[in-house]
Structure formats: structure tokens, C-alpha cells
Unconditional design. Structure first.
Length: 309
């Protein structure tokens, strides 16, 4: 039985529509596949940034340099708080501090419950500075990923010498949003004590019930409003975020947007093999991320040594 003229007309019209739309469908499919490949390529490139020529120790100290020896090492403390990834992170940091001869301080007992917990880092750092020359604060969602790097390596890379008793007093990194309060160094000095007190007193920045507690915003405000001369003497912001505060990069709406808007900033801070510390700031399922990075760390990396003798 042959099709009716009406059925044939409908079939012919539908077939013509498909032929008309086919180039657009092919273009959309090709664009989608190209986007997927671009995201995978970006993820691969950033994950292997150090192997592709990035130098986190630039420009003062070459990546493979050995720090000049000093007569006596400064008293160093790594200070942090506990959280949901405590076990894996604590083992990692305790092993590192034991190997390098630093003190590890869990300041969880110092949390001021009248504010979001992250504000208590100020109290913890102030307390640790009483008995140490330098305090290295790192949030609980951080992991030492290159345990062959001494903290002195990082300081020398930024201040250009091994006189650890001289300025600057506050060493920070900056990410896409500006200076980051999750990982930083503070030197024992009168200036540091005054600055920490001023930071703590920025009560107008305290926030509850949001993803932002306000301590980072308060720090940014203080840094931005320091007199130029004072900032030059007492504050140092690393030109490369990956020197001691790298972020894992993975495809997401936010991360892709930031990569497109500021690729150099992302390049400077993306976590790559050989970086000293990874910071899981803003990531979900941090336990999974910690396990993944610890597994990756089993692969041998390049080593950097500090000679204390």
C-alpha cells in the first residue's frame, strides 16, 4: 500500500527540516567536544605546571637552589586547628615537623566561640609567637606535599637572605580574590603584635551564617590601608602563590570563569607536582581530595634541601 500524498508531504517536510538543522547540530556537537577537550587540557597543563617551566621560587631563588647555611636556625612553629580531615592532615604535618625539627601546635583549644572559628587563628598565632621566632599558620584544610622543603627555603626565596631576625614581619600569598588568610608567616616583633591586635579588633568584619567569616576581608582591608612605607618594610606578598599556598584546579563553572578572566593568576597558584603545600580552600569533599593528593605524593619528586649546619 503506497503512502498517501499527505503522509508523503509530512515525511518530506520533516526530512528537509533535519537536513536544514544538521549543520547546526554538527557544529554544536563539535563545539561541545572541543570544550571538553579544552577543559581536560587545561586541567593537565595546570597539574603539571612545574614540569612545563613554572618556577614557584622565582625570581629570587632558583627552584633547585640550596639555601646558604646559617649559624643557628630560627625557632619555628607550624600552627593550625582541627577539622573534618584531622587524622590524615595531622599525620602529614606531624611527620613533616618531626623531620624538619619544628614545633607543631594544635590550637583548637583556643577557639573563641563568640566568633567563627577561623578568627581564632589570630589568637593562636599570638600565643605561639611568645616562644618562637616565626610562626607558620596554615588552615586545617592544607597538606604538606613536598616534605623536602624547609620553611627557611621559603623565607629566603622571599626576603633574599638568611637573616631571619630582620624584616619583613608578615609574609602572605595572594589568589584570585587578593591576599589569603589561610596560609601565612609571622615573625616575632613589636610590629607583628600590634598588627595582630589590630586585626583581631576589626569586629565590623565578623560574619555568621555564611561561607565567609570575615577574617580574610579584615586582613585585606588592613593590608590595603597600610601606609606605603610601612607595607614595604613589614609585609611581603609572594610573587608566586604556589611558593607555599597552592590550590587544586579542576573544571567547574567558577574555576573556568576565573581561568578565562585571569589565566596568569591561576597559573601562579594552581597546585602542581613539587609544590610545598596544597590548600583545599572552598572545595567540597575535602577528605577525598586529601586522600587523592596523598596517593599522588607516593611518586618521587624533586628535592630541595636546607642546610642548617
Amino acid at each position: 500500500m503506497s503512502p498517501s500524498p499527505r503522509s508523503f508531504a509530512r515525511w518530506s517536510s520533516k526530512n528537509q527540516l533535519i537536513k536544514t538543522q544538521r549543520p547546526w547540530l554538527l557544529f554544536i556537537s563539535f563545539t561541545f567536544l572541543l570544550s571538553i577537550l579544552a577543559l581536560h587540557l587545561a586541567s593537565f597543563v595546570l597539574r603539571h605546571a612545574n614540569n612545563l617551566g613554572r618556577n614557584c621560587y622565582s625570581p629570587l631563588v632558583p627552584y633547585t637552589s640550596v639555601v646558604p647555611p646559617v649559624k643557628s636556625r630560627p625557632r619555628m612553629a607550624i600552627v593550625s586547628l582541627s577539622n573534618q580531615v584531622q587524622d590524615a592532615v595531622w599525620k602529614n604535618k606531624k611527620a613533616y615537623t618531626k623531620k624538619m625539627g619544628y614545633h607543631f601546635i594544635d590550637a583548637s583549644w583556643m577557639v573563641d566561640k563568640s566568633r567563627p572559628p577561623s578568627w581564632s587563628k589570630i589568637l593562636a598565632v599570638k600565643s605561639a609567637l611568645r616562644d618562637h621566632d616565626w610562626v607558620f599558620w596554615n588552615d586545617a584544610d592544607t597538606l604538606v606535599t613536598n616534605p623536602e622543603i624547609y620553611l627557611e627555603n621559603i623565607l629566603v626565596a622571599l626576603i633574599g637572605h638568611s637573616d631571619f631576625n630582620s624584616t619583613p614581619d608578615l609574609i602572605l600569598t595572594a589568589d584570585y580574590n587578593g591576599v589569603n588568610a589561610g596560609v601565612f608567616f609571622v615573625r616575632k616583633s613589636e610590629w607583628s603584635e600590634r598588627f595582630l591586635n589590630t586585626w583581631w579588633n576589626q569586629t565590623s568584619f565578623v560574619q555568621f551564617g555564611s561561607t565567609r567569616s570575615g577574617d580574610n576581608a579584615a586582613l585585606m582591608f588592613l593590608i590595603d590601608n597600610l601606609p606605603k612605607e610601612e607595607s614595604q618594610v613589614h609585609v611581603r606578598i609572594s610573587p608566586m602563590q604556589c611558593l607555599f599556598n597552592s590550590y587544586p584546579w579542576f573544571p567547574s563553572k567558577k574555576s573556568v570563569y576565573r581561568l578565562m578572566l585571569s589565566p596568569w593568576t591561576i597559573w601562579q597558584g594552581a597546585y602542581s607536582d613539587g609544590d610545598f603545600m596544597v590548600h583545599f580552600a572552598g572545595l567540597q569533599n575535602k577528605k577525598k581530595w586529601v586522600s587523592r593528593i596523598i596517593e599522588d605524593m607516593r611518586i618521587p619528586r624533586r628535592k630541595i634541601f636546607y642546610n642548617p649546619n
